[in-house]
Design a protein around this ligand. Structure first.
Ligand code: DX5
Ligand code: ZN
Length: 232
């Protein structure tokens, strides 16, 4: 079983005090920091570039999980790796614009973890040619672009579809993760949980991260024992 990892999305942080926000969620017990990069083309929203990732890196001790929602990851992968990203994920929907396998291999050749993400309406089968080159798959449970959207339960079967393709890495779910949705996501087979609003939107972030972790671990245990008993 893959360990539960809680990855607060800095998209929901107060950028006027970014260093404090990073330290706050690290002290609250997060596992990774999730950084949402948007280019105004792949998604209608714009966020930040490598400069901010480098600023976060200066104060972070946890791995930086950078999520590129951009049309040209081939052009920008190196600047984001240079800035300190430990995991670098881009979207399969840009597949026709370049060599996806080559970019995944390049990220790994730099000693970093490589990921691909799928929008809610993109089938998991699109990832099949790249399974061997992937450390992480990021399943979008909202359409990429904005924080604070409602979790789409229709994406839940995707984690099992991925395992059926032989993928053994980290499966992350991103969008609308809250105490009300995390258990379903964990029971469905995901182990990394990106949460923006649910973590940064509360005062007691430590209690919130512990709550999310506990709910996810309980759901993992329950689904594991269900699988055992059904295979007897
Ligand atoms: C959406 C981003 C998410 C988002 C999550 O495009 O990829 O990481 O910030 O935010 P919440 O948890 O508020 O849905
Ligand atoms: Zn994200």
């Amino acid at each position: 079983m893959h360990p539960v990892r809680i990855a607060p999305s800095l998209l929901a942080a107060d950028f006027g005090k970014l260093r404090d926000e990073v330290e706050s969620v690290e002290q609250a017990g997060c596992d990774w920091l999730h950084l949402d990069v948007m280019d105004g083309h792949f998604v209608p929203n714009l966020t930040f570039g490598p400069f901010i990732v480098a600023a976060v890196k200066k104060h972070a001790t946890k791995p930086l999980d950078t999520h590129l929602m951009i049309t040209d990851p081939w052009k920008y992968a190196d600047p984001f790796l240079d800035a300190g990203s430990d995991l670098l994920t881009f979207h399969i929907e840009v597949e026709e614009k370049g060599d996806v396998g080559a970019l995944l291999k390049h990220i790994r050749s730099r000693g970093k973890k490589a990921g691909l993400s799928v929008q809610p309406d993109t089938p998991i089968s699109r990832l099949k040619p790249y399974i061997q080159d992937l450390d992480l798959v990021l399943i979008m449970s909202v359409f990429a672009g904005f924080g604070g959207q409602k979790f789409m339960t229709s994406v839940l079967p995707k984690a099992q579809e991925l395992r059926a393709l032989g993928f053994d890495g980290e499966i992350s779910m991103d969008g609308g993760i809250t105490p009300a949705t995390i258990a379903d996501s964990a029971a469905a087979g995901t182990n990394v949980f990106v949460a923006g609003t649910a973590v940064f939107g509360v005062d007691d972030r430590k209690a919130r991260i512990s709550e999310l972790r506990q709910l996810a671990e309980n759901a993992q245990d329950t689904s594991a024992s269900d699988t055992e008993s059904s295979s007897i």
